[in-house]
Ligand binder design. Structure first.
Ligand SMILES: [Zn+2]
Ligand SMILES: [Zn+2]
Length: 300
């Protein structure tokens, strides 16, 4: 089961009631954080997430609202007892920027490994049984979107196990994918499970202009977290110039990608009441949530 929490939902500047856009994804006691603008470690604490569980950090891009909180986050991590290596993933060319930020926190009780991901293609790597995909976005500077895909275990079919005369003590082992040998018979997992289920998929897209490939990248997401700077379509052209989207464009991506749920994030500081646009946006994509900081879901 995956726990997803929006640590913050703001763009550009942190506000008294809105931290900067950042997402926490936890599985098996290990957490992945996307982005760390100013004060992200405080927001993590406020949402009662355990900073000590942080295992990897993904950075979308190097605008301050997505990375300027890195030194503070690392110092807080050191303070909560982290000693194992922290892996940071982002796009090609980011190493020297991270190294510069590390100048103000030169002594940490853990190692940092920086992994650069390509800017000309979709790539993927494994973390914690989850495949993480990265995709270049279309922002004013280099930027990556991320997608998390976790295969669901097939549902156990007790009637099949019973019909094969398999003792209950072997069921858990078989459901975990292992085979068991009973007498001269070998029972494999697929003999006692129902048909397979689609994987759990979570996609995070911020910051970017609208382009059609975004829907392919987000295809069949259980949860699509997507930027929307403004709720009003009158800002479409202005946001395009700046490398951003408005709510209706995010809703289009959710619809075209056949996603189950859309959470909006990365609101402009000038957008004081994003809820005003809820009805309009839900007419494009019904399962839209005008997210607030701390928005949380458990996906099974
Ligand atoms: Zn931003
Ligand atoms: Zn940006």
């Amino acid at each position: 089961m995956i726990n997803v929490t929006l640590v913050g939902t703001g763009g550009m500047l942190p506000l008294p009631d809105r931290w900067l856009a950042s997402m926490w994804l936890e599985y098996n006691g290990k957490a992945c954080l996307i982005d760390c603008g100013e004060g992200t470690q405080i927001a993590i604490n406020q949402h009662k997430l355990k900073l000590s569980h942080l295992d990897i950090l993904l950075i979308t891009h190097t605008h301050a609202d997505h990375i300027s909180g890195l030194p503070g986050l690392l110092l807080s991590l050191g303070n909560c007892g982290k000693t194992d290596t922290l892996k940071i993933y982002s796009h090609e060319g980011i190493k020297h920027i991270i190294r510069q930020l590390l100048c103000i926190c030169p002594v940490l009780p853990f190692e940092i490994e920086i992994h650069e991901l390509p800017l000309n293609e979709i790539s993927h790597f494994m973390w914690n049984d989850i495949v993480i995909f990265s995709m270049p976005l279309d922002h004013s500077i280099n930027c990556l979107g991320y997608s998390f895909v976790l295969n669901r275990k097939p549902i156990f079919a007790p009637e099949k196990a019973k019909s094969l005369g398999i003792d209950v003590k072997y069921w858990k082992q078989l459901h975990s994918g292992e085979s068991v040998t009973i007498g001269n018979r070998t029972i494999t997992s697929n003999m006692v499970t129902a048909e397979s289920r689609p994987p759990i998929k979570v996609t995070y897209i911020s910051d970017t202009r609208y382009f059609t490939d975004l829907a392919d990248f987000a295809a069949n997401s259980d949860l699509l977290v997507c930027e929307g700077m403004y709720g009003d379509d009158e800002y479409i052209e202005k946001m395009k110039e700046k490398g951003h989207m408005v709510f209706s464009q995010s809703a289009e991506i959710a619809k075209k990608s056949n996603s189950k749920d859309l959470w909006l994030t990365h609101y402009s500081p000038a957008l004081t009441n994003p809820d005003d646009y809820a009805k309009n946006i839900r007419s494009i994509f019904k399962n839209t949530t005008i997210s607030r900081d701390g928005e949380s879901i458990i996906l099974k």
